[in-house]
Design a protein. Structure first.
Length: 226
């Protein structure tokens, strides 16, 4: 696992920087103050961009990654499905048990004069913590970065995850703590399932067995009469 982390320094260093900056901001400002400040930075281009950026976590990103895994090994597919499912279930469990009453920006700012609401966005009023979209996209992008091990891929994956996470704040769907916690849950589950399917003793034995058997099966296939 240490090797995988070193190979993905760009992704994990960038993510840890985001965690530190977000935690520092929350140490000095309330989540509502941060939300109100971000809301003042609205623009028509940002409305359009973040409206569609958030779609990356609404099935589109998962569909593209499933297509990618189908071109690789079953370990890629299974780790993807396990990571996404675990992240989604954890988020929904927290939303609807411990943090069901946590209000969303829609509820907090609905009577605030001059508040900018992006047209076409369906807004909810409760179960704000943590952000499900952020959890899902960070789990998917972290796995993608781990599979690749390339700096450019890691940078692109992190950029997508951060843009989707920020879109949830910009669209007044979530507060910063929701997004921050969602990223931690997503990355944590991605690391767990990557280890299980690619770095655990079980995974290494399975890979070694496959490498030993496949040449034998190919020779047998070549010997079969046409």
């Amino acid at each position: 696992m240490n090797t995988a982390l070193r190979q993905n320094r760009v992704f994990f260093s960038g993510w840890l920087l985001f965690v530190c900056v977000a935690a520092l901001a929350l140490a000095f400002h309330s989540k509502t103050e941060i939300q109100a400040w971000i809301n003042t930075k609205h623009a028509p281009f940002f409305d359009f961009f973040f409206f569609y950026a958030t779609k990356a976590a609404e099935g589109i990103g998962l569909a593209l990654l499933i297509l990618y895994t189908l071109l690789h090994t079953r370990a890629h597919l299974f780790s993807l499905l396990a990571g996404w499912t675990s992240a989604a279930l954890t988020t929904q469990l927290l939303k609807h048990t411990l943090f069901e009453g946590v209000e969303r920006p829609r509820t907090v700012f609905k009577d605030t004069p001059g508040w900018h609401w992006v047209e076409g966005v369906r807004l909810y009023e409760s179960a704000s913590f943590p952000s499900g979209h952020t959890t899902d996209i960070f789990a998917l992008m972290c796995l993608f970065a781990l599979w690749s091990g390339k700096r450019l891929t890691g940078a692109c994956a992190l950029s997508v995850a951060l843009l989707v996470g920020f879109s949830r704040i910009y669209l007044s769907q979530h507060f910063l703590p929701d997004v921050l916690t969602g990223s931690v849950i997503g990355v944590s589950w991605a690391l767990v399932w990557y280890h299980v399917f690619f770095r655990s003793q079980w995974a290494l034995r399975t890979h070694a067995l496959r490498k030993a058997i496949l040449p034998f099966l190919r020779r047998k296939k070549d010997q079969l009469p046409l």
